[in-house]
Design a protein around this ligand. Structure first.
Ligand code: HAM
Length: 417
């Protein structure tokens, strides 16, 4: 039986990879310009990191993690997101000893056992950025400005920035109780999962996609009406700084994000070109995460962008595919060796060249050169070769010229690079 890839796990083929490289190069350029450094984390972590960090009552921890026991009896999990791992690394390497403020980013695959559909996969890539050690709302605006600047640089349009505040340890419990009282009255409308969430964490009812639950959510009390004075001040400052940066945003009091670690600022960037899975990026502040997973009380804020969703939104028309600069058409077995030498010399100079490995006719070699979209074909063979010449054909201009074999490499380099 033919072996195929696992459902929800995708190959990224050579004709798509140009887009990925473009996005990754832009991440590095923009993020490093904002003072962020790359921090690479492992794919596997102890399961506890995510169950404690993301929260036991979340969909991710309850239903979506790829968890297994290794040969040593440890429960390990393929990372479903990067924030908890980056926070662990910040704490484990005591990065705060060098500077209390750490700005880091990471690009890599995440794993969630979700039902695959367009824009939702079981292995998907995220671009993640985090700032540890700053509680000032200035930095909330700073990371949002960086996110929007990056999305602009890759050419994304028709996006909406939505923001909310989720309160803190001081004011969230009262809001949670308010929500519980509200949903208890509507419990007949709630699905079995939400009946459970009502007890474990009623905030998670906002994540539910079941129609009757969505109806119940519609007039639920809003978190922004329950914020303590400190959280209100923080949120007002964030909005003020976003205004200073001339960033347009909408307030979405129903956006609670799917992970339990959030405190205060939460944000999402949605696209109206994406259909059901319309969130391109999401993030927020998580001032208690370090305490949940480590022993340091340090604030943090960050975001993650879904790369597959981002790439599906890139403007059409930009060419990301690379083509060989020259195709060497060698005629006859004798010339194959010359062709091989030339090919190697070009490759050592960093110039992509292709040749025919099959000893095919000139016509068939020209056809392949056309298919590969090589702008030049160098023909080695025939009468010209006997006269110490090769023929360089310009496939776009449709003209050709003879080049002396003696200075083939030099002339070729001048012509094609
Ligand atoms: P998240 O909202 O779970 O947040 O994921 C962030 C983004 O990853 C989503 O907006 C979406 O674009 C993409 N994404 C999520 N799940 C999938 C999937 N199954 N298939 C394709 N794309 C997906 C987080 O992961 C947080 N760690 C973000 C964060 C960083 N908060 C603070 N710092």
């Amino acid at each position: 039986m033919e072996i195929k890839a696992i459902r929800g796990f995708n190959d990224i083929l050579p004709d798509e990879i140009g887009k990925w490289h473009f996005v990754e190069d832009t991440v590095r350029k923009v993020f490093e310009g904002f003072g962020f450094s790359e921090l690479r984390i492992p794919i596997l972590e102890r399961t506890e990191l995510f169950s404690r960090g993301i929260g036991e009552a979340t969909d991710i921890v309850e239903k979506e993690m790829y968890t297994f026991t290794d040969k040593g009896g440890n429960s390990l999990t393929l990372r479903p997101e990067a924030t908890a791992s980056l926070a662990r690394a910040y704490l484990e390497h005591q990065m705060y000893n060098f500077d209390p403020v750490a700005k880091v980013y990471f690009i890599g695959p995440m794993f969630r056992y979700e039902r695959p559909q367009k824009g939702r996969y079981r292995q998907f890539y995220q671009i993640d950025a985090e700032v540890f050690g700053v509680s000032n709302p200035m930095v909330d605006a700073e990371v949002i400005v960086m996110l929007i600047q990056f999305l602009k640089k890759v050419g994304l349009e028709k996006l909406e920035l939505q923001i909310n505040s989720l309160g803190c340890r001081a004011c969230r419990p009262a809001y949670r109780e308010k929500l519980r009282a509200f949903f208890e009255k509507k419990s007949f409308q709630l699905c079995a999962d939400c009946q459970r969430r009502l007890l474990s964490n009623p905030l998670r009812i906002f994540d539910c996609k079941v129609e009757t639950c969505k109806e119940a959510i519609a007039d639920a009390p809003q978190v922004t009406d329950s914020l303590c004075e400190e959280c209100q001040k923080h949120f007002a400052k964030v909005k003020e700084y976003l205004g200073d940066s001339k960033l347009a945003y909408t307030l979405n009091p129903a956006m609670v994000r799917g992970l339990d670690y959030y405190t205060r600022t939460a944000f999402e960037v949605v696209s109206y070109d994406l259909g059901a899975q319309n969130a391109v990026a999401g993030g927020g502040r998580y001032d208690n995460l370090s305490q949940e997973i480590g022993n340091l009380d340090t604030p943090g804020i960050g975001f993650a962008i879904g790369m597959e969703r981002l790439i599906s939104l890139l403007p059409p028309g930009k060419t990301f595919v690379q083509y060989p600069r020259v195709f060497i058409a060698a005629l006859g077995e004798e010339t194959q060796r010359d062709a091989y030498r030339l090919l190697t010399q070009l490759h050592l100079e960093g110039i992509w060249a292709e040749l025919d490995y099959e000893g095919k006719s000139l016509k068939s070699q020209m056809r392949r050169a056309g298919k590969l979209k090589a702008p030049y074909v160098l023909i080695l063979g025939g009468d010209e070769l006997k006269r110490g010449k090769a023929v360089l054909r310009d496939m776009e201009g449709k003209n050709q010229e003879e080049i002396p074999l003696a200075d083939l490499l030099k002339t070729l380099k001048e012509k094609i690079s």
